[in-house]
Design a protein around this ligand. Structure first.
Ligand SMILES: [Zn+2]
Length: 200
């Protein structure tokens, strides 16, 4: 005896409600894809305005906004996409400064980034990622409240950085809603730096 399987009905047998629901989902998917593409093109007005309002400091002592290299879109090899961050070269041990006021989300050690810090701004709209640190700043732990210019670490080569070229890998991401804050869409921070790195 053949039993009716409601999950496999041909489209002409679907009710109007079911069809509308499927169509609605398709529209939602298309809208999400469109939004994703817009993010890839660069920050749109509201995000850019919000990031401008953060008044970012270059997060390495003594480095001016003009000295930050334009390597955000540098290709990272086959299938690896773009760099999505800036590499600020400095002598080993140079203080790494919090680019903004906010708080530490997490200290994390990983193969590529070495000693790293994830932090967020006061509005919790953005995530800042600092990598290849030689060491963490005194008293920096998860949850530490940060002032702009506070020493959070020191430039180094931990992770996959070339030992002969100490630098800070600095990334700004839009903090995604719902958890996975380390997966946010990266933004080129260069247009948003307003001051030279100065330890407070
Ligand atoms: Zn990098």
């Amino acid at each position: 005896m053949a039993s009716a399987d409601p999950g496999c009905r041909p489209i002409w047998e679907m009710s109007v409600t079911t069809l509308c629901r499927s169509f609605g989902w398709s529209l939602a998917v298309v809208a999400c894809l469109a939004a994703g593409c817009a993010l890839l093109r660069g920050p749109q007005a509201p995000t850019a305005e919000a990031l401008h309002a953060r008044q970012l400091m270059v997060p390495v002592a003594g480095v001016s906004p003009q000295q930050v290299p334009d390597d955000f879109r540098a290709p990272r090899g086959w299938g690896a996409g773009i760099h999505g961050a800036v590499d600020i070269v400095a002598r080993r041990g140079t203080p790494v400064l919090s680019a903004d006021a906010g708080r530490v989300l997490r200290l994390h050690r990983n193969r590529k980034g070495g000693l790293t810090i994830y932090a967020t701004d006061e509005t919790e709209r953005f995530v800042y990622y600092y990598a290849h640190l030689n060491a963490y700043g005194h008293g920096i732990i998860q949850g530490t409240h940060l002032a702009r210019g506070q020493v959070i670490g020191f430039v180094g080569t931990t992770g996959n950085a070339d030992r002969r070229e100490p630098h800070l890998h600095f990334q700004v991401m839009v903090r995604p809603r719902g958890g996975r804050w380390w997966k946010g869409e990266p933004i080129d921070p260069r247009p948003f730096f307003v001051s030279t790195g100065r330890a407070r």
